[in-house]
Ligand binder design. Structure first.
Ligand code: HEC
Ligand code: HEC
Length: 293
């Protein structure tokens, strides 16, 4: 289930809780007698049962969510889970008092208040936080099975930073710039190693983050891209001075890069090579005397 839907459910729970509380306050809290006490009593009861049912349903959905991926719990998730679970015994205690222990009736408003505070904190911490970050997120549009999908990059960063670190360091990820199709291939390959680790949505979000921040745009030659690739890759066998202290013609640079690729065929992909050559040909250019094409 998508986070948008679970967050809406959570706010629904808060809303029903507030309604239930409002009815009981009107019934018993006012100074003068309320005109239709039965209506308010029943309305409170119905809202209360709806609340309990929705609460159980959300617990069920959450249990599916955490068991599908038991590894990555942030501190926020833990506090959220504890608060959410604490609501259950409070509800049971409240129902017991109403049904069988009338002596404690006086304390019910206090129980109700505690339940509502717990619900409020639980919901605000997850759903509230979610909608807040949603409003501040950046997006990228990706093609997914022929459909254009808007992908949340901020969520993607979270996915990469929590899920791509279990087998290797993030450095391994960040030291690559790739085209969209290459990233697709990589992320799919990574997911295939442990399929339950990423959901379809997370795979897409990770892809969005990678394409946006570590992507090579094939349609556009970019000096920054070329420089990043050189900084990441060209210090492996010799210093970077070897690269930056020289000026060459375009064709000479192309030959040098070809040579580097023969030293290590894995060094650069074709798209990286084009960007590197573009950088070298723009920034470290020696004017050609007689043009050789
Ligand atoms: C289940 C373990 C596992 C997970 C999870 C995983 N990787 Fe990997 N990754 C590997 C292994 C093993 C290799 C080396 C073999 C290969 O390239 O297939 C690798 C290699 C890579 C490489 C190439 C590194 C290099 O120096 O050539 C990149 C880039 C990469 N992973 C990115 C990612 C990203 C992005 C994610 C998260 C979506 C991720 N990985 C999650 C196991 C994993
Ligand atoms: C696999 C190891 C390796 C990597 C990675 C590598 N180089 Fe080299 N590079 C060499 C070697 C070995 C030489 C020395 C070759 C020689 O002197 O004939 C060299 C020499 C050079 C030279 C000097 C060539 C000359 O004729 O004086 C340049 C410029 C250069 N590399 C650029 C790069 C760039 C740009 C990258 C990144 C795309 C890179 N290298 C990555 C191994 C590497």
């Amino acid at each position: 289930m998508k986070p948008t839907i679970t967050s809406l459910l959570a706010f629904g729970l808060l809303f029903i809780g507030i309604i239930a509380v409002t009815f009981i306050i009107i019934l018993s809290g006012r100074n003068k007698k309320t005109s239709y006490p039965d209506f308010f009593r029943w309305a409170h009861r119905i809202a209360g049962y709806a609340f309990f049912a929705l609460y159980l349903f959300i617990c069920y959905v959450m249990s599916l969510k955490i068991t599908s991926d038991p590894v990555t719990w942030s501190a926020k998730d833990v506090v959220h889970a504890y608060l959410g679970l604490a609501i259950f015994p409070l509800l049971v205690a409240k129902v017991c008092v109403v049904r069988g222990f009338k002596k404690y009736y006086q304390r019910l408003p206090i129980y109700g208040m505690i339940v509502m505070i717990a619900v409020y904190l639980t919901v605000i911490m997850s759903g509230g936080y979610f909608f807040l970050t949603l409003a501040r997120s950046h997006y990228i549009v990706l093609l997914q099975q022929g459909r254009q999908v808007k992908v949340n990059i901020s969520e993607g960063r979270k996915v990469v930073q929590t899920k791509c670190i279990s087998c290797h360091s993030l450095e391994r990820v960040y030291s690559h710039l790739k085209t969209e199709s290459e990233w697709r291939e990589y992320v799919a390959r990574m997911r295939a190693k442990d399929p339950s680790r990423l959901s379809d949505l997370e795979e897409l979000q990770a892809l969005g983050f990678l394409v946006k921040n570590l992507g090579i745009n094939e349609a556009e030659m970019n000096i920054q891209t070329g420089m990043k690739i050189i900084l990441n890759k060209c210090h492996l066998c010799h210093t970077l001075e070897r690269v930056f202290q020289q000026k060459r013609t375009k064709s000479e640079w192309i030959k040098v890069i070809e040579m580097m690729r023969t030293f290590d065929p894995q060094l650069l992909s074709d798209s990286e090579t084009r960007q590197v050559n573009y950088y070298l040909g723009s920034v470290l250019l020696k004017q050609e005397k007689d043009s050789d094409s």
